[in-house]
Design a protein around this ligand. Structure first.
Ligand SMILES: *[C@@H]1O[C@H](CO)[C@@H](O)[C@H](O)[C@H]1NC(C)=O
Ligand SMILES: *[C@@H]1O[C@H](CO)[C@@H](O)[C@H](O)[C@H]1NC(C)=O
Length: 167
């Protein structure tokens, strides 16, 4: 005859197996989800553009960031971390990445947005490379799941250029 303890143990083992299976399905359905996010960024204004006394270039800009990241959300999504980076090359480094803005999107309802903002983090080049510089604005995201591994991806918005002169 099975004791109560044995039954309880068997039930627990069964629940744990089901739970593990559901977690595996959750991550799998996440992997199968093929999202189609979109983003646009307008540089509305160059507020100022200077060479600092130490020789580094710094620019301040006003941006309109708009994005529809709703398709990144599945029932397994806890939240999405996004950041906008300026990416450009210099003679010393093929890729320089400077984070200009970031945010946490807690729900699908809030994943379609636009925000009118000046750069939250300073856009400073370690040198004097920014005059007339072509750059990309890249929207990166980290999808934090309830279970499974974090997914990371980005959208590259190419073809921006800084002014030729300080102002
Ligand atoms: C920002 O962009 C969105 C979408 O393109 C637009 O609807 C909105 O009016 C813009 N806001 C500003 C302040 O330019
Ligand atoms: C900017 O984007 C273009 C097009 O995607 C790419 O060819 C180029 O390498 C990018 N530049 C940098 C510095 O990442």
């Amino acid at each position: 005859m099975h004791s109560f303890g044995y039954r309880a143990n068997a039930l627990l083992t069964f629940s744990v197996t089901i739970l593990a299976f559901m977690c595996a399905m959750a991550s799998l359905s996440d992997t199968l989800n093929s999202p189609s996010p979109s983003a646009q960024v307008q540089v509305l204004n160059i507020n100022w553009f200077q060479k600092q006394p130490n020789g580094n270039d710094e620019v301040s800009m006003t941006l309109n960031i708009s994005a529809d990241l709703q398709s990144l959300f599945t029932w397994n999504t806890k939240q999405v971390f996004v950041f906008l980076a300026a990416e450009y090359d210099t003679p010393k480094h093929p890729v320089n990445q400077i984070s200009l803005w970031d945010g946490i999107i807690p729900s699908k309802e809030q994943a379609k947005f636009w925000i009118h903002t000046s750069n939250k983090y300073r856009f400073i080049d370690q040198g004097s490379n920014l005059r007339g510089k072509e750059y990309n604005l890249t929207l990166h995201w980290h999808i934090m799941p309830k279970t499974g591994k974090m997914l990371v991806d980005k959208l590259v918005l190419p073809g921006y250029r800084l002014p030729e002169a300080y102002r």
